[in-house]
Design a protein around this ligand. Structure first.
Ligand SMILES: *[C@@H]1O[C@H](CO)[C@@H](O)[C@H](O)[C@H]1NC(C)=O
Ligand SMILES: *[C@@H]1O[C@H](CO)[C@@H](O)[C@H](O)[C@H]1NC(C)=O
Ligand SMILES: *[C@@H]1O[C@H](CO)[C@@H](O)[C@H](O)[C@H]1NC(C)=O
Ligand SMILES: *[C@@H]1O[C@H](CO)[C@@H](O)[C@H](O)[C@H]1NC(C)=O
Ligand SMILES: *[C@@H]1O[C@H](CO)[C@@H](O)[C@H](O)[C@H]1NC(C)=O
Length: 385
């Protein structure tokens, strides 16, 4: 098969890159596959459907693993409307998430999420979707530095999260203290973290938010220990492209395509400016309780150029990575952010308190909520590619 042209985003069916390279004849199935999604159905194209009966898939109070930054009900959110939406692809229906199937498939295996706090949210959602079918004394969760490990003992399975917001080595790698304003990423350093990912059977990567500091980004050429640091600034798109290529090289070298699966979750959109969806000129996601209905809605510009970089890099590569294209479907969900209903890092000032818009978190998502859908899509792509 020839190169897929980098042309219109919509025509790029990245998923098929994994299934129709000359190295994998059609008769061979991907690891973990038990069926196929209907031919021609793009599960990422669809609409949100109100579903009070079947959503949410679990209750906030039932899942003890949700961090207090994401427990919106506990922190006073007055309604639950954001929990009652189901993603309906235009061309087919998503398979129902089956926790038993997932755990049986992970028997003796290791599933790993690598990335930033948004990926951590998806990780926790996955644990919440699974933990109900595991008896109390047969599961545990531990965090040690950058790595959090959930163990399902009876299945000898682990589901893990590894903090690496840039995937490469950076000055924001401390899993707890990482609020650095002058961000710096070291070129060619993926093995710094990557050595801890070896042996995983399923990996889910993300990286995006931490790159968004402006038009240019600082890259360290030498080592963090150098007295005189050799730093260049690159256009953010180029810095991001460099990280994507490092990730692909790491996957090619370390993951056996016959036995493992690798996913990449696209940019998680934020909702900082309500004028973008025709709302209040000074508002944001605060007070929003319904999704955006305009199917063409996309939001701010930087997402488009980063999406361009992702599709360009993936289209030129034969490394089988399944793309979880959650950006568009999440961009409709201005109602699903944690907003002011979360544990605050530091106490609010009276001035902030008087103006909720000023401290609303329009980046992260309440659980249960939107990120459960990301995992339903992951489930679909894992078992029915
Ligand atoms: C992601 O999905 C959206 C909505 O279906 C689509 O418009 C966009 O082209 C897709 N992006 C890529 C890189 O496939
Ligand atoms: C879920 O998967 C298990 C294990 O494969 C299977 O036995 C069960 O029937 C499935 N449940 C549903 C509702 O499909
Ligand atoms: C548990 O799984 C690991 C791989 O993650 C394997 O090396 C080990 O042998 C398994 N142990 C048992 C008791 O099955
Ligand atoms: C994957 O399996 C195919 C067919 O069994 C084999 O030819 C190929 O060498 C395998 N690839 C790896 C990386 O093991
Ligand atoms: C939020 O909604 C409440 C109730 O509808 C309303 O009283 C308040 O003015 C709204 N605040 C903002 C900032 O839009």
């Amino acid at each position: 098969m020839g190169k897929i042209s980098a042309a219109p985003l919509a025509s790029l069916i990245l998923i098929t890159i994994a299934t129709c390279t000359p190295f994998q004849p059609n008769s061979e199935k991907l690891a973990f596959a038990i069926g196929e999604t209907e031919r021609g159905c793009d599960v990422f194209k669809g609409r949100w459907v109100r579903d009070k009966k079947a959503r949410p898939l679990y209750e906030e109070w039932e899942c003890p693993y949700i961090q207090p930054q994401l427990t919106c009900q506990e922190h006073g959110r007055p309604e639950k409307e954001y929990q009652h939406w189901r993603w309906q692809p235009h061309g087919c229906s998503l398979p129902s998430f089956n926790a038993t199937l997932m755990l049986e498939s992970l028997q003796g295996k290791r599933m790993l999420f690598v990335g930033d706090s948004l990926n951590r949210g998806q990780y926790v959602s996955m644990i919440c979707l699974l933990h109900r079918v595991i008896p109390e004394d047969a599961k545990s969760m531990k965090t040690l530095g950058s790595l959090t490990v959930f163990t399902a003992k009876d299945y000898n399975a682990t589901i893990e999260f590894y903090w690496a917001p840039f995937l490469l080595e950076s000055n924001s790698d401390d899993a707890v203290i990482h609020r650095v304003t002058d961000r710096l990423v070291r070129k060619g350093s993926i093995n710094k973290h990557g050595k801890n990912w070896k042996g995983a059977d399923i990996i889910v990567f993300n990286t995006y938010l931490w790159w968004m500091t402006g038009l240019r980004f600082k890259i360290l050429q030498g080592s963090f220990d150098d007295e005189e640091k050799d730093i260049v600034t690159l256009p953010t798109d180029d810095a991001y492209r460099m990280a994507m290529k490092s990730m692909l090289r790491w996957v090619k070298k370390n993951m056996d395509p016959n036995k493992t699966r690798v996913f990449f979750t696209s940019m998680s959109p934020s909702h900082e400016k309500s004028f973008e969806w025709g709302g209040d000129p000074n508002g944001n996601c605060y007070n929003e309780t319904t999704p955006i209905e305009d199917p063409e809605y996309w939001g701010s510009g930087s997402r488009r150029s980063i999406m361009g970089v992702i599709s360009e890099v993936f289209s030129k590569s034969r490394v089988p990575i399944t793309f979880l294209n959650i950006t568009q479907l999440s961009s409709y969900r201005k109602d699903a952010h944690t907003s002011i209903y979360k544990k605050q890092w530091s106490p609010l000032t009276p001035k902030q308190f008087a103006n909720p818009v000023s401290y609303a978190d329009c980046v992260h998502w309440c659980l249960p909520g939107l990120q459960d859908t990301w995992n339903e899509l992951l489930f679909a792509k894992l078992f029915y590619p």
